[in-house]
Design a protein around this ligand. Structure first.
Ligand SMILES: O=C(O)CCc1c2[nH]c(c1CC(=O)O)Cc1[nH]c(c(CC(=O)O)c1CCC(=O)O)Cc1[nH]c(c(CC(=O)O)c1CCC(=O)O)Cc1[nH]c(c(CCC(=O)O)c1CC(=O)O)C2
Length: 354
């Protein structure tokens, strides 16, 4: 009697609408989840986070599990996004940084020289045992609902490290990119290893898909993206090449970069709200699914206006090779969570294939 291999988390989610849409396979209805769905918009999140600093909360598997599950229970979304942050791996390898409420990640000693880079080690799974524990706990609880792991992309992480915190113009980052291209390339190669290893830890522990966030890469021209960034994002995405997980690659203001971000090694390209899904699909061609792209600000609009826009996006997504409904950037902290629950139900209702 042939022995059947034990069921892995990805066996349970292989036929989920999210994984099928990411693989451009037919779905029963359009899958939907929201970036930042686990977070400040939920009263239950604010309650469990009370008095616990952000980065500490990311290192406590029971808390990460509870926070990640909150929006899945409340909204009925088709995927869980792992509760972590893009700077968690940097903290894990020893970077002196904190996440300042209302500001974002702040780095005590910005990276500007080769000596600074020499103090930035590669990431190994031993740096983040709490990530493995949290993903294993979550996939046991989630069953057939896929968990999406994530990491920050090299350019966006480099911007936080070089600027020392959030930046509007990324001036020091671009000055280093053009002023010392060799140091810039070595910094991005190190960040690609850190992010790639962070993705691999999550996928190896049972995540069903991964997303690489290059939030700030829209600040670059196509020429600079090709010359100084694309190969490093490709290296981060390649770290899970052999793990059979669909890869989503997203950035903000990236209308001019979509095809290049797909070519970096994505199965799905995340689209922000500035480019229609139809235009994005035209620019990407038939080899990529798309994710997005409701403007998060419309969650504050009267329901009839929001409903109209959601229906338009679902309809445009049906013309794409594959479509995962999402926002064009993360959920804003003051969003009424009941609106997200209503949007989820509307996407399901208006996309159900008879
Ligand atoms: O104060 C808190 O409770 C922590 C806020 C919070 C952070 N990461 C978080 C959360 C939960 C939440 O979004 O509410 C938790 C967080 N950060 C992120 C994700 C992944 C996702 O977006 O779904 C998640 C997990 C969300 C989830 O599990 O649903 C990723 C992240 N952190 C960051 C970025 C860069 C960017 O902002 O675009 C990005 C990527 C793009 C994005 O989603 O916005 C950096 C970061 N981390 C953080 C902040 C906010 C600082 C502040 O305004 O207080 C910021 C900077 C910013 O958002 O402007 C902290």
């Amino acid at each position: 009697m042939p022995t059947t291999a034990p069921t892995t988390p990805r066996d349970l989610t292989r036929d989920s609408d999210l994984v099928r849409a990411a693989r451009r396979q037919d779905v029963g209805r359009t899958p939907v989840w929201f970036m930042r769905q686990a977070g400040r918009s939920l009263p239950e999140y604010r309650a469990v986070r009370e008095g616990i600093p952000m980065l500490e909360s990311c290192m406590r598997p029971e808390l990460v599990t509870e926070i990640t599950l909150q929006p899945v229970r409340r909204h009925g979304v088709d995927a869980a996004i792992f509760f972590s942050d893009i700077v968690v791996p940097l903290k894990a390898v020893g970077v002196d940084l904190d996440i300042v409420p209302g500001v974002g990640p702040v780095v005590a000693a910005p990276v500007r020289t080769r000596a600074d880079l020499d103090r930035l080690p590669e990431l190994t799974p031993d740096h983040v045992p709490y990530i493995t524990d949290a993903v294993e706990q979550l996939t046991r609880e989630l069953g057939p609902t896929p968990l999406i792991g994530f990491a920050g992309a090299p350019f966006t992480l480099a911007s936080y490290l070089v600027e020392g915190g959030p930046s509007k113009n990324h001036e020091r980052t671009k000055a280093l990119m053009h002023g010392d291209p060799e140091l810039w390339a070595d910094l991005c190669a190190r960040l690609a290893q850190i992010s790639g290893a962070f993705l691999r830890v999550q996928a190896s522990a049972g995540a069903s898909a991964v997303q690489l966030f290059d939030s700030w890469v829209g600040a670059l021209s196509r020429a600079d993206y090709v010359a100084h960034v694309q190969r490093h994002s490709a290296a981060a995405l390649a770290a899970v090449d052999d793990l059979d997980v669909p890869r989503i690659h997203f950035g903000v203001g990236t209308g001019e970069l979509l095809d290049l971000m797909g070519e970096a090694g994505a199965d799905v390209v995340g689209v922000d709200f500035r480019v229609s899904l139809s235009d994005a699909t035209r620019r990407l061609g038939p080899s990529y699914a798309v994710q997005g792209n409701l403007d998060p600000a419309l969650l504050f609009a009267p329901w009839p206006a929001l409903e109209r826009r959601v229906r338009e996006i679902v309809e445009e997504g049906r013309q794409a090779p594959g479509h995962i409904f999402n926002l064009g950037h993360g959920v804003l902290p003051d969003v009424d969570p009941d609106v997200l629950t209503r949007v989820t139900a509307l996407v399901h209702e208006c996309s159900t294939r008879s």
